[in-house]
Design a protein around this ligand. Structure first.
Ligand code: 5GP
Ligand code: ZN
Length: 112
């Protein structure tokens, strides 16, 4: 997807602060963090949203979700963390490339 911000981050065309990378998944710090720690876990392949996932994405989704506690621990969120997946315009999604927000730390944070 040539006009997708997160595809451009995957391609290195837009800089990001990476916190994890493997052959299928990338994680980087959110540019507008709403907690002391706030990173985004994305698939390297373009999938627009959770609503666009199919059974073929099952392993990829599992890989992304299992990364959340690992990143949280690495970022020092020993007391716990939040995960968020906004889906669709009505779900508050702004970037239409699937991502899991992982955030926490500092004052208690809510985003509903
Ligand atoms: P959404 O509302 O789609 O769930 O969240 C999109 C997130 O992407 C927002 O928290 C926003 O701050 C973040 N974001 C948007 N553009 C960029 C960017 O160019 N770089 C980084 N690192 N984060 C971005
Ligand atoms: Zn994309």
């Amino acid at each position: 997807m040539s006009d997708c911000i997160f595809c451009k981050i995957v391609a290195g065309e837009i800089p990001s602060t990476k916190v994890y990378e493997d052959d299928e998944v990338l994680a980087f710090n959110d540019i507008h963090p709403f907690a002391r720690v706030h990173c985004l876990i994305i698939p390297k392949m373009h999938v627009a949203s959770l609503a666009d996932c199919a059974p073929e994405h099952q392993a990829l989704l599992g890989r992304m979700l299992l990364l959340a506690p690992r990143l949280a621990k690495e970022q020092g969120l020993d007391a716990g963390f939040k995960t968020l997946v906004n889906t669709g315009r009505g779900g508050g999604q702004e970037v239409f490339h699937l991502h899991i927000h992982v955030f926490g730390g500092g004052d208690p944070v809510r985003r509903t």
